[in-house]
Design a protein around this ligand. Sequence first.
Ligand SMILES: O=C(O)CCC(=O)C(=O)O
Length: 247
Amino acid sequence: MNLKKKDLFDKNGWVVFEDLLSEDEKTKLNKIVDDKINKIAAGEEIEFAKIEKTSDKKKSMATDVRSFNNLSKTDKEFGELINSNRITDIASMLLGSEAKLLADILFNKPGFNGAEKPWHQDINGLGNKVISCWIALDDATVSNGCLKFIQGSHKWDELEHIDDIFGTKATLPSLAKEISKKNKVTINFDIDQADDDQLKEFIEEYATAQEIKAGSCIFHHHNMLHSSSKNFSPNRRRAYSIFYVGQ
Ligand SMILES: O=C(O)CCC(=O)C(=O)O
């Protein structure tokens, strides 16, 4: 089975593994995240939390919590998960060498308030030979902002990236140009003069949204172009990303 998965990973740049977490693990991990979010909403400062104010209220609200870095260092259950063989064995198999932990981050996309994560390649800022394991802690759907990929882009070079408040992102003109080159399509507008909406609409035609159930995960390659949309649903979307580096 793993060979088939490796073939899919090599062909597409990402691959899904279903039911990685047990019901019990999902409940425990989600409770840890919720306890932290509730503390933030009650005015406490939580280490490694990234807050993005969605209102001009002084106090942070639960819906302002965008991510937590390094939960593996602050919470035993996350620490055990990142070291568990069931994940590191897959990461090593896909990398083709022993996987070592690089970083971990919990992405919280609150219902209606969850912002978009722009198109980017993890290689930008993380370095070469990195694989990411993205574990859904809620069902991830098109309407609540599941991951989206540009199939085959793991075989592309690194695109031009810039920094904004949501982190590093690929510039839309560089992505649109690369899509048009790789797919041999002629674009009937001037990419350099186009506005973001026009470029995004063009790019979305080449995107694949990957829905997965809570407890399942996606491994993706360091060059893979990926993003997630705003959360348009009332349901939040929590996901835990673990980055492993190979030799
Ligand atoms: O969870 C998200 O929306 C974005 C995740 C991501 O970009 C990543 O894991 O590299």
